[in-house]
Design a protein around this ligand. Structure first.
Ligand code: SAH
Length: 361
């Protein structure tokens, strides 16, 4: 099958997806990118949506072998922002016209954490109501694995989107990345709970993990399709020096970047009307990484609004950008980046996944 036929197929097999992910020559990549943009415009529109991200705590009870804030990394200064700081950050977002926030943290499931998050959601929903945002800012949570009851509490409090990356759907690779008590099946179960609760469900994987093949990434995309997910946040795997995975190294930057961009384009082509984020990790590979992600079919990006004092303590991987910047700097920088590729930001909107609207109607 020639490339053009492949790009216009109705249904994609694992082999089809693998061959698209493997495209490397310039001309083929341009065709891939063009097709992704065609679908973006047709199914999602070319607006870019912001989610101001507050990394509100780096305390974590998990021990993922790749992550800089894993429990066993004793070199990290642990912090949790006060409720007041989190709420004022969300308020700042709303005032800037960022229609949505992401509250992200390490994973904790103790009762006081759950209550803390629940109270903050309620408060944010109240204080960010305005004429432009009659229901307050949209809240996406990214606070890890919980039982169904907890997800229901978060949803009732007012969060309506949830991002929980599956990291990889390959069981052997998952086991290589995590201690025995962290199970792929449990993470999948959480995605199920989130969907049943009524959340717009986001997931994603790390790209270029040592031992990961394009065949595995193709299976990941088929998993997104089977699970009927609404949004994707994924990015390149990058070494953090104080982790057990560091000794395995990482992919060279050029192929890593191209594989990550191809993943975005292929997800757009296969999954069509979902939201896809151009994540910060892309910018750790190359300075215009996020713009490139947007130009391969992504439609969401996340200005960092974490207070500058704690930013450097939320280092998941080496080379994380914007560690010393303030949120004001991130605001103007990112807007310039989006506009540099001829796109624009849709302010004062939640920017929900069109896929979600279609699946519940
Ligand atoms: N604990 C929460 C969210 C915080 S971690 C959760 O897991 O849901 C957010 C994401 O950062 C993880 O899902 C993982 O995909 C990514 N991440 C962690 N370490 C990384 C690394 N070394 N390189 C690239 N991404 C990493």
């Amino acid at each position: 099958m020639d490339l053009k036929q492949l790009l216009y197929k109705e249904n994609y097999s694992a082999e089809d997806i693998e061959s698209l992910l493997s495209l490397r020559d310039k001309e083929s990549i341009t065709q891939l990118q063009n097709r992704a943009n065609e679908i973006l415009n047709e199914y999602a529109g070319d607006s870019v949506y912001y989610r101001g991200i507050v990394e509100f705590s780096n305390l974590c009870s998990l021990d993922c072998y790749y992550c800089g804030i894993r429990k066993s990394n004793k070199n990290v200064g642990r912090y949790t922002l006060s409720g007041e700081d989190i709420i004022s950050s969300a308020k700042w977002c709303a005032e800037q016209g960022y229609g949505s926030v992401v509250l992200q943290s390490g994973e904790r499931s103790d009762a006081s954490f759950v209550e803390f998050v629940e109270d903050i959601i309620k408060e944010i929903k109240t204080v960010t109501i305005s004429e432009k945002l009659p229901h307050g800012v949209g809240i996406t949570l990214s606070v890890g694995e919980h039982d169904k009851e907890t997800y229901e509490r978060f949803y009732k409090a007012g969060a309506h989107r949830y991002l929980l990356r599956i990291e990889t759907t390959n069981d052997t690779l998952y086991k290589k990345l995590h201690p025995d008590n962290q199970k792929l099946e449990e993470r999948k179960q959480c995605l199920e709970y989130l969907r049943e609760t009524g959340f717009q469900v986001g997931t994603g994987v790390m790209i270029g993990i040592p031992g990961q093949t394009t065949a595995m990434l193709a299976e990941d995309i088929l998993f997104f399709k089977e699970q009927d997910i609404d949004m994707i946040g994924m990015g390149p795997y990058l070494v953090h020096n104080q982790t057990p995975m560091a000794e395995e190294g990482q992919m060279d930057k050029d192929p890593l970047l191209q594989l990550s961009l191809n993943m975005i384009a292929v997800c757009r082509i296969v999954l069509k009307d979902i939201n896809i984020a151009a994540t910060t990790a892309l910018q750790a590979v190359v300075s215009d990484g996020r713009e490139r992600g947007l130009s391969y079919g992504a439609n969401v990006t996340m200005p960092n609004i974490t207070p500058t004092e704690v930013r450097s303590s939320y280092k998941l991987y080496e080379g994380k950008p914007c560690m010393d910047e303030g949120r004001q700097e991130c605001k103007s920088c990112l807007l310039g980046r989006v506009r540099s590729i001829g796109r624009d930001v849709a302010f004062d909107q939640w920017g929900d996944s069109k896929h979600f609207a279609a699946r519940i109607s």
